[in-house]
Design a protein around this ligand. Sequence first.
Ligand code: PAF
Length: 302
Amino acid sequence: MTLQRCTDPAQAAAWCRAREGTLGFVPTMGALHEGHLSLVRRAAAENDHVVVSIFVNPLQFGEVRDLENYPRDFEGDCDLLETAGASMAFTGTLEQFFPGELVEGDLPREQRVDPGEAALGLEGEFRPGHFEGVATIVQRLFTLVQPTRAYFGAKDYQQTLVVRTLAERMGFPEVVVCPISRETSGLARSSRNTLLTPEDREQALYLSQALFAARERWRAGIRSAAALEQHLRDALASSTLEVEYAVVRDPERWSHVPGRESLERAVALIAARAGAVRLIDNLELHGPPSDALEDLPFGAGL
Ligand code: PAF
């Protein structure tokens, strides 16, 4: 199928309105990798049309350097999307997404969307304003595309909680969270991985290794967040990573910080810098595996 390419969000919205049938939507910031393409393929399997947005949203970046360094390749991304089965891809400028709403090139604070309680702590703490920026653009994207279903990767765990709340508030779309896509080394796929030096890349492996080691502890019967977090810290101790957080939370009681109590469900989350690159990763410790790393050599016994 030939991919329709739009460089104007208004034109993209008109294209979406003209479609009949179900519409799957994959919002991205481009620099697409296998993780994004797996979302597109799933959306294509479950919907009549698949729309992908490619927009490096300045509202969600705190650091100017991070925004400037973020990899961009619209045409290359579109070529990949065509092969993965997407029907339309669109991009635009901040001005085009918020026509007539910017003041001195920026969206005033009062126009931004409240990301709700799920935004508190962790990413919300280390990246102030980040989720406000995410909620603002995602609300605008949902309004433009009017999707039946929207697909997000579980790597941005806290983002999926924010987006679910937003979709509930808006009354649509159905939010589908897909498993983390990992390299065979265990490294969670991320557009930022292209910025890692070979040394940083080696250090980056500690994140998934620590998470899978914590899952082994969970399977061995350890249920307290405090004990599991100690295991995360131990597993990260010999790295040169600059760890921002390595925590365990109950996904259904997000704002509660668990201590020594026994948890029924748990997700372990890590954010750390490998050199200049900030990485995040997570793993649900309970229930069926949330991704396909069961058989990797380090999946057991660390
Ligand atoms: O996860 C991302 O790539 C971004 O946060 C999103 C959802 C596309 C909003 O800019």
